[in-house]
Design a protein around this ligand. Structure first.
Ligand SMILES: NC(=O)c1ccc[n+]([C@@H]2O[C@H](COP(=O)([O-])OP(=O)(O)OC[C@H]3O[C@@H](n4cnc5c(N)ncnc54)[C@H](O)[C@@H]3O)[C@@H](O)[C@H]2O)c1
Length: 126
């Protein structure tokens, strides 16, 4: 038996980066992966990759993890499709880099929203 057999795993950020590394790995361990990303088409490509490798994945629609309502809907769709949620891998996010004296102050709010609030919203909804 695989380590995550039939566990439902929520993994945002499945278009690029860590999400694209985590999702196939979780699926290979038997998890039912629910992905999502702002970059929906690329996230669906990750879903296809998982299916080609014999795993199960679902990508309900474009997902913005900084939008509480969208996150809640995404979690509900996952729970409805697979009868619950077992695992949250809230590892997606975004940053803006640059010299502190030339970047706009808004960058701080963006980074906190994309990298911190998003985790809280995802975990709370799950
Ligand atoms: N890669 C690393 O070694 C590393 C180390 C420390 C921290 N981090 C942080 O972890 C996070 C993920 O890293 P990564 O390397 O996978 O980044 P990445 O940019 O390669 O991938 C992030 C993914 O999240 C998606 N995403 C961003 N904002 C989103 C939003 N609002 N809603 C839905 N999807 C969104 C992007 O479209 C992308 O597919 C980043 O915040 C990064 O700063 C990464």
């Amino acid at each position: 038996m695989k380590r995550l057999e039939s566990k439902v795993a929520l993994i945002p950020g499945t278009a690029r980066g860590r999400g694209t590394a985590a999702a196939p790995r979780f699926a290979a361990e038997g998890a039912l992966v629910v992905g999502g990303d702002l970059l929906h088409e690329e996230a669906v490509e990750t879903q296809r990759l998982i299916a080609r490798e014999g795993g199960t994945a679902l990508t309900p629609g474009p997902l913005d993890i900084t939008d509480g309502d969208a996150v809640r809907t995404w979690v509900e769709e996952a729970a409805d499709a697979f009868d619950g949620v077992d695992i949250v891998c809230a590892d997606a996010g975004a940053v803006r880099f640059g010299p502190v004296d030339s970047r706009p102050h808004d960058d701080s709010a963006f980074i906190l929203r994309a990298g911190l609030d998003s985790v809280r919203l995802t975990v709370r909804a799950a």
